[in-house]
Design a protein around this ligand. Structure first.
Ligand code: PEP
Ligand code: MN
Length: 236
């Protein structure tokens, strides 16, 4: 039993074999896996995700691992009709204020992982959650993933104070994503420990069998063995 809830997996789904290995290795830790297939990349030339091919891989993996829950980010409303195999819909930082998308996912009966925009206040995050809830779906996880500040170290600044405030003010589970805040392996491990010590409800962490070859976010994804050691440490 983990001290906190855990969602883990690679930044991007890259192949059946990659995800099969990750699930096989990490299933004893948690059965909730996150992998990107529609990737909102800052640069047009970057890997954009496997899209429909990725959905087919998830479909095949669900047959092999019926106990696994998949979390996938969607970036537009039309993708909703393609994701019947997906259990948790991620709304990424860049779409936190995409109100039409929030309304559309609010009409589904799937759990929603809503990430805080890196330029958004905590009040704005709550307002976005209200768009989803107003449609009848209150099965929402809120996720602090780091914001832009004038700090020039790390990828983003993890706002742990937001976690405590949100825990006091809402009924939602409050997760932290140390991967996108930390931006590199050592900092990700430190932020993970800090978040657990602070009292978060859950973590979403990027893990990859071979991070240096990853098609996105290669510097921040934890290798499998290092990740296992980190989880053992926070549970000890
Ligand atoms: C991600 O989870 O891979 C991602 C792109 O996160 P964010 O929306 O927080 O940048
Ligand atoms: Mn990522």
């Amino acid at each position: 039993m983990n001290k906190v809830q855990i969602i883990h997996g690679p930044c991007s789904l890259e192949s059946y074999q990659q995800m099969d290995q990750i699930i096989h290795e990490l299933l004893p830790i948690s059965n909730v896996f996150r992998c990107g297939i529609y990737k909102p990349r800052t640069n047009f030339d970057s890997f954009q995700g496997l899209k429909k091919e990725g959905l087919q891989i998830i479909h095949d993996l669900k047959i092999k691992y019926p106990q696994v829950k998949f979390c996938v980010e969607i970036t537009e409303i039309s993708q909703l009709k393609e994701i019947e195999d997906i259990d948790i819909i991620q709304i990424g930082a860049r779409n936190m204020q995409n109100y039409e998308l929030l309304i559309a996912v609010g009409k589904t009966d799937k759990q929603i992982l809503l990430k805080r925009g890196f330029g958004s206040t905590v009040s704005e995050l709550l307002s976005s959650a209200n768009y989803i809830k107003a449609q009848g779906n209150s099965d929402i996880i809120l996720c602090e993933r780091g914001i832009r500040t004038f700090s020039d170290v790390g990828r983003f600044t993890l706002d742990l104070a937001a976690v405590g405030f949100l825990q006091e003010q809402t009924e939602y589970p409050i997760f932290v994503d140390p991967s996108h805040a930390g931006g590199e392996v050592l900092e990700v491990t430190r932020l993970t420990k800090a978040a657990v010590a602070y009292g978060v409800d859950g973590l979403i962490i990027e893990v990859h069998p071979n991070p240096s070859q990853a098609l996105s976010d290669s510097e921040q994804q934890l290798p499998i063995e290092e990740y296992k050691q980190l989880i053992a440490k926070i549970n000890s």
